[in-house]
Design a protein around this ligand. Structure first.
Ligand code: ADP
Ligand code: ZN
Length: 291
């Protein structure tokens, strides 16, 4: 059984761990995200005394993912200035002569769902995380869809409801993109209350479900996936899923070209990996490269 290393790289913390083929976390450590040198030194120290066959990394972007590029694994124009132009792949490769694969964090989480969760066996699946930001991983025709970099579908523009026009969303670039409207900070910006504290009966949840439902319609029409999987902190409100399914059907307006697109309970589903989806995704990446 392959023992692999996984790294989940986020803006506030890196979670590093050792896992097996079942995605079980055998050991893990949390390392604060400070400067790249300090953070990576701690990561290297942690893994140096461990046994593993490959390393999978799911990390915040934008990041160069073209394996043929000299810049593979380089973080690009992030607001985290110190990390700009930092090449995670090169640093790891200098210390560990084993297969290493780098992916965007949402794609890694999606691979976790494909391997052990809600997307098992699917050829076309899309995974959204609705948390501090909104991001999506695209698995199309059995591979990640990257384009020239990787998409930023969380910034899709959404027609805004009349009642929302004065305040608008929180995105510094687009204001009313999906992330600006329904991310945790977007909800707080618009309503002045944290998602965690909003009661189930509040009309805010209909508003949020409406926008996520529209995003699911746009996603379906653009990519025709077999399933859309929704994860992230905001989706901890379990009742929200049903509202999203209803708003999706409503916004689709009867334009369900295929039965699977209107079989909402099987089409829009919750993420299944709750026990650190990012780290499990990183294990899945490492396992995949060993196949
Ligand atoms: P991250 O996106 O940083 O990886 P999360 O996916 O946990 O982390 O998302 C954090 C965001 O989700 C915060 O903005 C928080 O307000 C929101 N959030 C966390 N739990 C809930 C909840 N139970 N209900 C609504 N929003 C939540
Ligand atoms: Zn935006």
């Amino acid at each position: 059984m392959a023992i692999v290393a996984g790294i989940e790289g986020g803006g506030t913390k890196f979670i590093c761990g050792i896992g097996n083929e079942k995605g079980e976390i055998l050991d893990s450590i949390r390392i604060e995200t400070t400067s790249p040198t300090e953070t990576m030194d701690k990561i290297i120290n942690y893994f140096q005394c461990k046994n593993f066959e490959a390393i999978g990394v799911g990390v915040f972007g934008p990041i160069e993912l073209d394996r043929d590029s000299e810049e593979y694994g380089t973080i690009l124009s992030t607001p985290k200035i110190q990390w700009q132009q930092y090449n995670i792949y090169k640093t790891l490769k200098e210390h560990f002569n084993r297969p290493i694969v780098i992916e965007h964090d949402v794609n890694a989480a999606l691979l976790g769902e494909l391997t052990w969760g809600a997307a098992q066996g699917l050829r076309n699946a899309i995974y959204y995380t609705v948390g501090t930001g909104v991001g999506a991983g695209l698995w199309l025709n059995n591979q990640f869809h990257h384009g020239e970099l990787h998409g930023e579908i969380g910034h899709m523009l959404i027609p805004v409801l009349e009642e929302d026009t004065p305040k608008g969303g929180s995105c510094p670039f687009h204001k009313n993109c999906l992330e600006g409207l329904v991310s945790g900070p977007g909800i707080y910006h618009r309503f002045g209350i944290k998602g965690e504290d909003i009661p189930q009966e509040s009309p805010i949840w209909d508003n949020v479900a409406h926008y996520i439902g529209i995003a699911c319609v746009n996603t379906t029409l653009a990519y025709a996936p077999q399933r859309i999987i929704l994860g992230g902190g905001v989706m901890n409100q379990e009742f929200l899923l049903k509202k999203i399914q209803e708003h999706y059907l409503d916004a689709l307006g009867g334009y369900g070209q295929k039965k699977i697109f209107i079989d909402v309970e099987n089409f829009i589903v919750p993420a299944q990996l709750h026990n650190d989806p990012g780290l499990m995704g990183a294990f899945a990446l490492a396992n995949k490269i060993l196949l």
